[in-house]
Design a protein around this ligand. Structure first.
Ligand code: C5P
Length: 415
């Protein structure tokens, strides 16, 4: 089920007694880490209330195309574009017929016309309706259009008949749905990443910081989410948009980044320390703006600095530690210093970065790094941080999967 982690599933519910099973399906989808939006036809609302599905999905249920309030939130076009997959369960004979005819006379059928996402139908109806030549022809039309059928099952039916037409069990539908997605290298893993600079206050208007833009950490967060991970990105002050499917936590100084990192790595599988954390902070922060002293004898002022906690080393020192990856920005003896840093901080891997070259590293679009492990060095040539992040995540994930114990399932349990 890890393949469903992070996936955006649009569940359509049409009118049929099997609609009660949809509630269970939403619960299982959430448990597998998927985000779920539900669209119900008016007939479906006769069998189960939108409120139930809202409580289970954690999102407002969409029931009407002509609801200005819903359209002001996530409108039907947006919803159609949002989905990675559309699952219609139960799919009634009437809905299948309307879809085969290309109708758009309610929200769900309209959405099916708009979406580019794959559509999966789990038919549920009386065996006579299922076997009827009209229904069979409609299913054939839809299958030829690329729509996939999950089921139906055979057996006892709510009306007392026995035969084909029962909706498949929610667990079976979910298994079939999961199989439609690639296994991402980090599917189902919880990954925490720090990014950007920190700001260490001197007084209410001044601070000590550095040139880190956060681009590398944000690109890594995006690549890890693409690989199927649930990503928490702890970011210092940067001017970047949050990548899709990433949970971002904004912090300002090293100590708040430390606190966030320690908290979020409690149950995580991997930690990547990409932030340029200030090593020191002013010992005291003035309550008011510091004024120039006219009586200064030598026109200088001194600020005493104290050490900040080392975040990546503290995460690596935890008892129940995740797999830890650090960065080493160096100007000379890059690999040698990085190797030493990896051992000293007890990291699994370290990414060595030559920052003496202004065209790579801090605040630039490109980067060139070497991934250093206990017994290997893998140089990655200069390219965009986005491309490099994808390569790094792939290498890190492959190494992690080869060397780690089979990890436990961290997907959210909403039961
Ligand atoms: O010791 P140095 O700052 O060169 O180490 C760099 C690595 O350590 C990076 O991964 C950086 O994110 C991390 N670091 C940290 N906390 C600090 C200093 C550095 O997590 N206080």
């Amino acid at each position: 089920m890890h393949r469903l982690n992070n996936k955006r599933i649009l569940l359509g519910i049409t009118g049929g007694i099997a609609a009660y099973k949809s509630a269970e399906m939403v619960r299982h989808l959430r448990k597998a880490g998927a985000e779920v939006h539900v669209i119900m036809t008016p007939a479906a609302c006769e069998f189960i209330t939108p409120l139930t599905l809202q409580a289970l999905s954690g999102n407002t249920v969409h029931t009407s195309m002509l609801d200005p309030k819903a359209e002001a939130g996530m409108g039907h076009i947006e919803l159609a574009k949002w989905a990675d997959a559309v699952v219609i369960a139960p799919a009634s004979a009437d809905f299948i017929a309307r879809m085969a005819a290309g109708m758009g006379n309610d929200l769900l059928s309209t959405m099916c016309l708009v979406t580019q996402a794959p559509i999966y139908l789990a038919p549920a109806m009386n065996q006579g309706m299922w076997l009827d030549v009209a229904t069979q022809k409609n299913c054939e039309t839809l299958t030829n259009r690329g729509v996939k059928m999950f089921g139906p099952d055979e057996g006892y039916q709510a009306c007392g008949d026995v035969g084909p037409g029962r909706m498949l069990d929610p667990e079976v539908i979910l298994q079939m749905l999961a199989e439609q997605f690639d296994t991402g290298l980090l599917a189902g893993k919880k990954v925490v990443i720090t990014a950007g600079p920190t700001r260490e206050a001197i007084d209410p208007v001044r601070y000590i910081s550095n040139h880190s833009s956060g681009k590398m950490g944000f690109a890594l967060a995006s690549a890890a989410a693409e690989a199927g991970a649930s990503v928490t990105l702890i970011s210092g002050p940067v001017n970047l948009e949050t990548p899709e499917r990433v949970n971002r936590i904004d912090v300002t100084d090293a100590r708040s980044m430390y606190a966030a990192a320690m908290e979020h790595t409690e149950n995580s599988d991997m930690f990547i320390g990409c932030a340029a954390v200030a090593d020191y902070r002013p010992e005291t922060v003035a309550d008011a703006k510091i004024k120039k002293d006219p009586n200064e004898p030598d026109q200088t002022m001194a600020i005493k600095l104290v050490r900040n906690p080392d975040i990546v080393a503290s995460v690596a020192a935890k008892e129940n530690r995740p797999f830890v990856v650090g960065f080493a920005a160096e100007t000379n003896n890059v690999i040698e210093y990085a190797t030493d840093k990896r051992q000293r901080k007890n990291l699994d891997l370290i990414i060595a970065n030559d920052v003496s070259d202004a065209s790579i590293g801090f605040n630039s679009e490109d980067n060139a790094v070497t991934l250093v492990g206990p017994d290997f060095e893998e140089p990655l040539t200069k390219s965009s941080k986005r491309l490099l992040a994808n390569q790094l995540i792939e290498l890190i994930a492959r190494y992690y999967n080869e060397t780690s114990e089979p990890a436990s399932d961290h997907a959210t349990d909403v039961s």
